[in-house]
Design a protein around this ligand. Structure first.
Ligand code: NAP
Length: 293
């Protein structure tokens, strides 16, 4: 039987609905309106689209959105000065600096300058460290989305073999930490891994985050596995246009897996929904309030 298709669009819509309900409750009970500041440096077309989507969905959830569009030649010092102002601004609960940054700006320095309590991307070393040692942390949005989708298929992951293909700081490593925290036995594979198909075939949960179109074939998948495809790859079509494909050869994989995310419509929509989640959590936690999402 072909795998169940995990509907990330529906899961994201449900998550946004729950965030909006909590925002309304916090507004009513505590007069709180969470605010998210998104900083974009330069005019990268893809980044502009992401930032617009983030702003629209923030407002749709009842939160405040503060957009900061800076020129491509903005200096590192100017960006750090803006971050310092946002850190000190009580109406800003979450700060997100859209990556990549122009080459004159060191991303690691900027990320480290964001107050950890407002670091809704979860990239600050303090949040990365807290996640690693099992403390309450702001967790990167795409990995959070991956976990919500996996848990939507199977609530208890304890003892399962999980293989994550990719070891980036924004996807692979935090996904692996979250799977470990859920008591999976975790393998992180990467470009130097020997016999990747054999490693992948061990997985009850296979997360592909390599950025290689259709790399994971049907015969890399253990029968019945849950397959989460994080990859977003633009490949040219014969008519000169482009289409989005994941890292997993979907049609083949669907015949073997028990549940699988499509691309588009899988992990992608979860990312912004999880950003909204992190923003309301940051707002509540700054005031010692609880949120249930
Ligand atoms: P990245 O920083 O380029 O990292 C890719 C990782 O994959 C690296 O660890 C690399 O290994 C590994 N890799 C590359 N080729 C491989 C191969 N042939 N075999 C095994 N491992 C290989 O990418 P990323 O930022 O993590 O993103 C990964 C994918 O997810 C991309 O397609 C990206 O567009 C997508 N993405 C989607 C979302 C979303 O859905 N919202 C968010 C973020 C990213 P090495 O470390 O050895 O080089």
């Amino acid at each position: 039987m072909p795998a169940r298709i995990i509907d990330g669009k529906a899961a994201a819509a449900e998550l946004r609905r729950r965030v909006a309900m909590e925002v309304a409750r916090l507004g009513q009970d505590h007069g709180l309106a969470p605010g998210l500041a998104v900083v974009l440096v330069g005019a990268d077309a893809a980044s502009q689209v992401y930032v617009r989507h983030k702003a629209r969905q923030t407002v749709a959830a009842g939160m405040r959105s503060f957009a900061h569009q800076l020129a491509a030649d903005t200096s590192e010092a100017e960006l750090l000065a803006l971050i310092a102002r946002l850190n000190a601004d009580a109406s800003v609960d979450g700060i997100l600096v859209q990556l990549p940054l122009p080459k004159q700006i060191e991303a690691a320095k900027v990320i480290s300058a964001i107050a950890p309590a407002k670091d809704v991307d979860g990239f600050h070393p303090i949040n990365v460290g807290r996640l690693a040692i099992g403390q309450e942390a702001l967790v990167p949005c795409t990995p959070l989305g991956v976990m919500l989708l996996v848990k939507g298929v199977r609530a208890d992951l304890a003892g399962l073999e999980a293989v994550v293909i990719g070891r980036s700081n924004i996807v692979g490593k935090p996904v692996a930490q979250l799977l470990l925290a859920a008591s999976c036995t975790v393998t992180i594979a990467h470009s130097r891994t020997h016999d990747l198909p054999a490693v992948a075939r061990r997985a009850d949960i296979l997360v592909a985050a390599a950025g290689k179109p259709d790399m994971v074939r049907g015969d890399w998948i253990k029968p019945g596995a849950i397959v989460i495809d994080v990859g977003i790859n633009r490949v040219p079509t014969p008519d000169g246009k482009a289409r989005l494909v994941g890292d997993v050869a979907f049609a083949e994989a669907r015949e073997v897996a028990s549940a699988i995310t499509p691309v588009p419509g899988g992990v992608g929509p979860m990312t912004i929904a999880c950003l909204l989640c992190n923003t309301i959590k940051a707002a509540a936690s700054a005031r010692d309030l609880a949120v249930s999402i």
